[in-house]
Design a protein around this ligand. Sequence first.
Ligand code: SIN
Length: 292
Amino acid sequence: MEQFALDAVERVTTRPAETYDSFTVDPLTPLLGAEIAGLDLSRELSPQQEKEIKQAFLTHHVLVFRDQHLTPDDHKRFAGLFGPLHPVALPAEDADPYILEISADKNSREVAGNGWHADGTADPEPSLGSMLHLTRVPEVGSGGDTLFANMHLAFDMLSPALKTFLRGLTAVHDGARPWLAQGQMPPAEYDVPRNEHPVVVRHPDTGRELLFVNGPYTSHIPQLSAAESAALLTMLYEHIARTPLLHCRVRWQPETLVFWDNRCVQHHAVWDYYPHSRHGRRIAIDGTRPQA
Ligand code: SIN
């Protein structure tokens, strides 16, 4: 691996360890994700717990909470600590407008999120993050994991020359693309979002740079020719998908809640358990417009 990429990894793995008084933190990898133990999310958190969870979230980007028996209201209350809830784009009739049911079974022909992506990046203000609480996991016991990839590190590991080039670019994100990729037109009632965001954005809370393009939503880089844009985006997506250092893997159990930072991680829900069932609820939190 090139020295500039090793330097990027070293900057994360040698940072001083943080201490937490109100729960324990067990990192999934030195670079992404952590399991949090010692909190009951069905109860209101103390100000100290809330402060430390926010700190752990900014440090690890993906937090895993086991054995959380949550009602939809508990789930919403915990999500609400991080900001206003982000409405579901196309809520089912009579459904809670903030709860997205994530379900797959033997009748499924597609599942949500089965490929590297960030959620809703065609929106003018994509979500801050999502909390997914699974109540049913595949009977086979080992399928249906979710993979996450660290977009800070994805950017930091690139060469200085490419980083400088990318900083001058924007990308168009088009909400019609996920529908078209499945051979469907977006529903008539869907006000399809289409927005241009910088290719390299800064995390609004930490100021750290990160790579902000993803396969399902990003259509092109308008400053480049079509061929250049396609080649560059393909190279970046391969970098994200084929660099295991960027990844962590969450193996679900029933009553696990995972909270990921949609601003700086991509995720991939692995559909390897057909015809078994997997079910849960996802609640997202409002974000802000991505800024260079
Ligand atoms: C998604 O939000 O893309 C689905 C995640 C999952 O089912 O693990």
